[in-house]
Design a binder for this molecule. Structure first.
Ligand SMILES: Nc1ncnc2c1ncn2[C@@H]1O[C@H](COP(=O)(O)OP(=O)(O)OP(=O)(O)O)[C@@H](O)[C@H]1O
Ligand SMILES: [Mg+2]
Length: 239
């Protein structure tokens, strides 16, 4: 039996047969401000609090303080899970890597070995302090800093590497799958959670979530309204 990791979005896990299968690479896709980072963090947070599952959150867009401030505003307490949810921003990873440079494990400065740096870093963390959930926030920034030239080939190898890590990962991406033409990562990912903000009538805007795909899961592909209230995400069905 494959282990399932709950999203802890109330009303949503039952729509995806209980949770996200272990080892899946899941895109969390959506335009700015759709709470991609908050949702991904809350999945790690709740799995740590409720199930004792360790996770790593790599934040590339905002630094660790900014992310922790945002989730504190939501009533979550990052200190409570400091041992279980490790938030690492690029400056922290770079520092770790500079310590390793002495051992000549990485190329010389200026070579732009960022993707290798990140991979080595996560492999080291996995080997020393095992973790089961990973968030990479975000794919567009990863592409920029890694200087991915052949996007299609680069992504293929990167997703392959992610799968080989044998953690369940959430890769934050900015493009809503149904908005533009289908992108390579949509095929490469095992699952896609799409977050949107939809205008309803003249004045109202609602947050929405949809499980676009989840390999091996008989999921509900419908659109749900997503709310964050009383420190929890919850969905209701759009009628
Ligand atoms: N209770 C709350 N506390 C704080 N922010 C909240 C709350 N409820 C909703 N939000 C909203 O969450 C949004 C930020 O969420 P988040 O940073 O996770 O989004 P994002 O999709 O990752 O955005 P970006 O594309 O900029 O990275 C803000 O627009 C904020 O208004
Ligand atoms: Mg974000």
């Amino acid at each position: 039996m494959t282990r399932l990791f709950r999203t802890f979005i109330q009303g949503f896990d039952e729509e995806i047969e209980g949770g996200i299968p272990q080892g899946h690479v899941v895109l969390v896709a959506g335009p700015p401000g759709t709470m991609k980072s908050s949702l991904a963090y809350s999945i790690l947070y709740n799995n740590a609090v409720e199930e004792g599952v360790p996770g790593v959150y790599v934040t590339m867009e905002q630094d660790r303080d900014s992310l922790e401030f945002q989730v504190s505003k939501m009533g979550l307490d990052p200190k409570k899970v400091a041992e279980k949810v490790r938030v690492q921003d690029l400056s922290r990873i770079r520092r770790g890597v500079e310590e390793l440079r002495g051992t000549a494990r990485f190329g010389t400065a200026g070579e732009k070995p960022w993707l290798d740096v990140l991979k080595r870093h996560l492999e080291d963390v996995k080997a020393t302090e095992d973790f089961f959930l990973l968030v990479l926030d975000s794919l567009p920034i990863l592409e920029i800093i890694s200087g991915l030239r052949e996007r299609r080939v680069g992504l293929f190898h990167f997703f392959g590497w992610l799968k080989s890590l044998k953690v369940t990962s959430f890769v934050i991406s900015e493009v809503a799958p149904e908005a533009a033409s289908v992108r390579d990562e949509d095929f490469l990912a095992d699952g896609i959670l799409s977050l949107t903000m939809d205008r309803v009538g003249e004045l109202d805007v609602y947050r929405r979530i949809r499980c676009v795909k989840m390999r091996g899961v008989n999921h509900n592909p419908g659109i749900f309204t997503l709310e964050f209230r009383d420190r929890a995400f919850r969905v209701t069905r759009v009628i």
